[in-house]
Design a protein around this ligand. Structure first.
Ligand SMILES: *Cc1c(COP(=O)(O)O)cnc(C)c1O
Length: 377
């Protein structure tokens, strides 16, 4: 987005503003497909569940990773008008319910759609067998998350040593285990996480086969890093390494799935906020703005992400703090930004804030989430 149009949008729609550039979504999707031609791409809806974003990926032929019934329906609404048979095929082929833990009510509702669902423990097998016996199963493995910005392996995934027993457990309950999935941790800048996960998965494919269970699909999850700064390794190099390992370790007949989230949407989101207050605290110039960590900047807390604020005006930069609008001191966007001396009413913006941001906005303190504007839609 160029700065002039951003500023115009902020003046037109008011702030806080969250701008989604759909041309950028399409570019990112095309880039992903270019580097992973063999991989079926399931957009992880939780990363930004805005229905317009989901629709753009739908139009591109994308598949979807959902993790709640709300997310499932955001996708399902797009296909509601199709004939029943096509809807059923769409869910079977293009939706994975990738939350390993599902409430009984969810399973009851999901059963009619016959989706692919992930699991990682015996209790979940029993629940699925009882409440969603028509679902297909995908076993989530625990894999190394070393160096990823957001770690996920402490909450989900079966230890590889127990994987084949859990596959057997699924079959003993009358279910079909279609394949394996893993997640290397979000914003994974360490390619070795993927390499190790692929090796673990290949070992389990082989062991399962010996025990009579033929696995048909491998879901390599998310984690593909957004290019937030120059320290992030090149996507093409990461993809080459992953593809090389997949081709070496798995037969061509295995279906390969992935669930990218951040990579597809991070660079498509830009936040614009307004300076609503200004003070000097402990000798440091402090700006108060109308967006914060309970809103678009939620990633500062939940996503361990830092966002830089930029000014539309020029001036000599100095060390500043930027705080959100709520009464909580936790609502601190940054304690070290380089910004010029600005006035109340001036605007600031942050780029690359499309992932894990607006999606986790709250209404804390009565401040509503930012207005969302879609461009190049
Ligand atoms: C959050 C999540 C994703 C998306 O991860 P990114 O790191 O944003 O690509 C994919 N799969 C699962 C199961 C997730 O929980």
């Amino acid at each position: 987005m160029n700065r002039k149009s951003l500023l115009d949008l902020a003046k037109k729609h008011g702030t806080p503003l969250f701008v989604v550039d759909h041309a950028e979504l399409r570019t990112n999707y095309a880039l992903y497909k270019k580097h992973f031609p063999r991989v079926q791409t399931y957009y992880a809806v939780k990363v930004n569940s805005d229905p317009a974003i989901v629709e753009t990926f739908y139009r591109l032929g994308g598949s979807f990773d959902v993790a709640s019934m709300q997310e499932f329906h955001t996708v399902y609404r797009l296909i509601e008008k199709l004939p029943a048979k096509e809807r059923q095929e769409f869910v079977w082929d293009k939706v994975i319910y990738a939350n390993p833990i599902k409430p009984i009510e969810t399973l009851r509702e999901l059963d009619q759609y016959r989706p692919l669902v992930t699991y990682d423990n015996v209790e979940e097998v029993k629940k699925i067998a009882k409440y969603a016996p028509r679902a297909g199963l995908c076993l989530r493995l625990q894999v190394p998350n070393t160096g990823s910005m957001v770690e996920l392996s402490s909450k989900f995934g079966t230890p590889p040593g127990e994987a084949v027993d859990l596959i057997r457990c699924g079959h003993e309950h009358g279910l079909v285990v279609e394949g394996l999935s893993f997640h290397v941790g979000s914003q994974c800048t360490n390619p070795e996480n993927y390499v190790q996960a692929l090796h673990l998965a290949a070992g389990i494919f082989a062991e399962a086969k010996l025990r009579g269970y033929e696995l048909k699909l491998l879901d390599i999850g998310g984690g593909f890093p957004a290019a937030y700064d120059a320290s992030v390794p090149k996507f093409s190099a990461l993809a080459r390494k992953i593809n090389h390992e997949i081709d070496r370790l798995f037969p061509r007949s295995i279906e390969i799935l992935a669930e990218p989230g951040r990579f597809l949407v991070a660079s498509a989101g830009t936040a614009v906020c307004k300076i609503i207050g200004k003070a000097v605290r402990n000798g440091k110039l402090s700006y108060y703005v109308d967006d914060g960590v309970y809103h678009t900047y939620s990633g500062v807390i939940f996503d361990h992400c830092t966002y830089h604020l930029k000014s539309f005006k020029r001036g000599t930069p100095q060390l500043c703090a930027v705080f959100g609008p709520t009464c909580d001191a936790l609502d601190t966007i940054s304690l070290s930004e380089q910004l010029p001396d600005l006035e109340i009413g001036d605007y600031l913006y942050s780029e690359n804030i499309g992932a894990y941001s607006a999606a986790s906005s709250t209404h804390f303190n009565g401040f509503p989430p930012a207005t969302v504007v879609h461009v190049n839609w």
